[in-house]
Design a protein around this ligand. Sequence first.
Ligand SMILES: NC(=O)c1ccc[n+]([C@@H]2O[C@H](COP(=O)([O-])OP(=O)(O)OC[C@H]3O[C@@H](n4cnc5c(N)ncnc54)[C@H](O)[C@@H]3O)[C@@H](O)[C@H]2O)c1
Ligand SMILES: N[C@H](C(=O)O)[C@H](O)COP(=O)(O)O
Length: 319
Amino acid sequence: MKPVVLTCGEPAGIGPEIAARAWARLADRVPMLWLGDPRHLPADCVHEVIDDPAQATDVSARALPVLAHPFAGDATPGTPDPRNAQGVIDVIARAVDLVQQGAASAICTAPIHKKALKDGADFAYPGHTEYLAALAGDVDVVMMLASDALRVVPATIHIALAEVPHALTPALLRRTIESTHAGLRDQFGVAAPRIAIAGLNPHAGEGGAMGTEELDWIGGLITQMQAEGYALTGPLPADTMFHAAARARYDAAIAMYHDQALIPIKTLDFDRGVNVTLGLPFVRTSPDHGTAFDIAGRGIANPSSMTHAIRLAHDMATR
Ligand SMILES: NC(=O)c1ccc[n+]([C@@H]2O[C@H](COP(=O)([O-])OP(=O)(O)OC[C@H]3O[C@@H](n4cnc5c(N)ncnc54)[C@H](O)[C@@H]3O)[C@@H](O)[C@H]2O)c1
Ligand SMILES: N[C@H](C(=O)O)[C@H](O)COP(=O)(O)O
């Protein structure tokens, strides 16, 4: 069985420590390998440097297999070293190569610090999602945050709130609905996906009194796609579509912007939420949190989301 490749993420963040602890929880079930500089792992991490990904499955049961990727700088918890920025980026690209060569089954990315990559290496992308889409050949992707409690997809992600109304177009929302529907069916085994769609404005525009996008085009697109066979509801007032009874009526929710999606899932299930990129030609997951510089290196970071992300990557890749 091929290993899940874990990218090291920002070495100054909690990525290395949660990877080490996630391995300890999964060693008997999920083969994995960690791609990074072994110097950045916690001192107590039981690990073994390998020189071929093929060795990972055997080693993974007794130690965290490490495929070394030397970095220029050490890892000072909470303080990213600009000399490491390019290495963080290169590790992501190398992980994609491994999965596309068939040497790994899936990718689970540890958190990156977007500003550190921009400052240190002029990283041209707002996050993993956009970078991975480019590496995969500029494919259309959506970012889903998934847990047992909720699956939610923001139609727009890493852009300023002021840019959202302009970025939201019928073509984008259609693509997001189509990708979410396909992902639920093909990656999550939902035979007849039900998708709830949030309005953009408060109270979904209140009949046009608080914005008109819902009347101008969102409602019409939903009606059109319902006629094409999609099981959609909306546009719904976002503040009443995430409580338990509302969530029981759909398999995934589509929100209009980043925080409209991520606040409910990180509130409901921060420790088990998993970031899944749908639309890539390979499986990629990530924990639902970031680099947590404020607690990095103290051994108190919760490895639960990372653990769920690795397990989901393995389960999706071996479905
Ligand atoms: N997938 C990713 O690469 C990813 C995801 C989210 C944020 N980020 C990036 O991380 C950086 C910091 O982002 P942020 O401060 O908004 O969010 P964050 O998730 O890093 O931290 C927010 C708060 O949650 C706490 N926290 C986060 N993960 C935790 C864990 N596993 N256990 C215990 N506490 C935890 C932190 O200590 C902090 O107080 C930013 O550059 C952001 O873009 C990256
Ligand atoms: N938007 C996600 C979150 O807040 O959890 C996170 O930044 C994911 O971004 P990536 O594209 O780097 O996975």
